[in-house]
Design a binder for this molecule. Structure first.
Ligand SMILES: [Zn+2]
Length: 477
């Protein structure tokens, strides 16, 4: 990362911290707006939209009828998708057109949930002990409901944004595949969702032991590349072994891989992440976090050794995950093969990882082959207007809680948008206990208060981002 850019980033974070300190705003919207968000949320959660057994079309239609009832014209509402059960909803709220549109994305399919696996019906929104329970309460129907409720509120207020605000509720994020709504919209109706940038799931607030730690802003994702290491040999009878053995060759190659680590480095996002973590951390790692953000190799080595998560943040990783070989107990192996799963930093290319693996294996009898077609996803630049709007809304609701830019190891629909040239930021302002994340699991839940705080947070952040004044205040180029 160029020093000037890093300097600007530091400057930006400092500006952020001071410019917003005096702002305070309500931590929840007025009762009428809360009720609307709640009712939409309940309706969405109670429609079964499981990836394999359910349908997103009724969710899209429920949203469409709410919007029509609120006065959105049919010409601004689109319902359609790759399959009659897998519809998406896209709605446009018109601004003055001074700026390019802002896209607000949420997926409306959910991971399957079986009644017998849960303590309650997963497709009923149940409020108990301060939590909303139900499949999709966290992933991702809260954000979907909030986008719709807030859009209806903007219209009610007569809010005039400087850019169109587009909300897209999409199908099949969880399983990907042929009916993925974002991929389908990009391919068939790019005009409907084309935007200067997008907000999506993927970054939430982290809470630990009841204390808010950070409001995460997801800016990039690692991508997956799988390789097959394969050794072929003419084989023979096992009673007369020869030194040239496919299993031994593969084993030696894997041994070399296990001793290898890709270079440790930071990028714009992870440097900012470590810098913010240095402020939060109180333990012995505090100093190393700060040093790592400034490029210290020694500090990065200590962090990588400290936790697998930091190791994975600081480098591309490749690890053997599957093994096969031999065909009979009494025959020399004719084939030995391993699958190596790589999680690649956005700035590392597939070719680079491929050629590095070949060098590490260092044996031309071991064929290193790419499986499938890995699709690298670029990082979204840390746009000053996004960082500032998120920072201001965060400081106003939860004074002192830092915004932490993150790169995640998993994948969301944000990747497809980034590849298509729409920078995408995962941000929700919905806080979860980081020691009790239940997405995809049993008894998924979200704190009632966090839902309403998320509504208020996104209401403010989106308003700020759809006004041109948001850009002017920060002196970063
Ligand atoms: Zn999700």
């Amino acid at each position: 990362m160029p020093t000037t850019k890093k300097f600007l980033l530091v400057q930006l974070i400092i500006i952020l911290m001071f410019s917003s300190a005096s702002l305070r705003s309500q931590t929840a919207r007025p009762d009428g707006e809360k009720k609307l968000a709640h009712d939409i949320y309940k309706e969405f959660v109670e429609i079964q939209s499981g990836f394999t057994t359910g349908a997103t079309t009724p969710v899209a239609e429920a949203a469409a009828s709410r919007l029509r009832a609120a006065g959105f014209p049919d010409s601004d509402i689109f319902v359609g998708g790759a399959n009659p059960k897998k519809a998406n909803l896209v709605v446009r709220y018109h601004g003055t057109g001074t700026l390019k549109p802002l896209l607000l994305l949420a997926h409306i399919d959910v991971v399957e949930a079986k009644r017998e696996d849960w303590s309650m019906d997963p497709f009923q929104l149940i409020e108990r002990d301060g939590f909303f329970y139900g499949r999709g309460t966290g992933d991702d129907k809260a954000q979907a409901a909030i986008w719709i409720a807030n859009l209806i509120q903007y219209k009610k207020e007569g809010f005039k944004p400087d850019r169109d605000i587009i909300v897209a509720l999409t199908a099949d994020e969880e399983g990907g595949g042929p009916f993925n709504g974002v991929a389908w919209l990009l391919k068939n109706h790019r005009d409907l969702i084309d935007a200067e940038f997008a907000l999506n799931e993927g970054g939430w607030g982290e809470e630990s032991k009841g204390k808010k730690i950070s409001n995460d802003l997801q800016v990039s994702e690692k991508y997956v590349a799988n390789f097959r290491l394969e050794v072929r040999n003419k084989g023979g009878h096992s009673s007369m072994p020869v030194p040239d053995n496919a299993i031994y060759r593969l084993a030696a190659a894997l041994q070399r891989l296990s001793n290898f680590g890709f270079p440790l480095k930071t990028n714009e996002v992870t440097a900012a992440y470590f810098q913010q973590m240095a402020k939060i951390e109180t333990g012995p790692m505090k100093e190393d976090l700060a040093k790592a953000s400034n490029g210290s190799q020694e500090a990065m080595q200590r962090l990588a050794a400290a936790t697998p998560a930091w190791n994975a943040t600081l480098r591309t990783t490749c690890v053997a995950t599957l093994l096969e070989g031999g065909h009979a107990m009494n025959a020399l192996p004719q084939l030995a093969a391993a699958t190596v799963n790589c999680r690649v930093l956005p700035e590392d290319s597939v070719d680079y990882v491929h050629s590095t693996l070949q060098k590490v294996v260092a044996d031309d009898q071991v064929n290193v082959k790419i499986l499938g077609e890995p699709a690298p996803g670029p990082a979204s630049a840390l746009r000053p207007d996004v960082v500032q709007a998120v920072g201001r809304a965060t400081e106003a609701l939860w004074p002192g809680v830092p915004v932490v830019p993150i790169m995640v190891m998993g994948a969301t629909d944000g990747k497809a948008l980034r590849i298509a040239g729409i920078p995408t930021y995962g941000v929700q302002g919905i806080f979860f206990d980081r020691d009790d994340i239940r997405f995809h699991g049993r008894d998924e839940r979200l704190r009632v208060q966090s839902f309403y705080e998320g509504q208020a947070f996104l209401y403010e952040a989106v308003k700020t981002l759809s006004k041109s004044a948001a850009v002017a205040k920060v002196d970063v180029h």
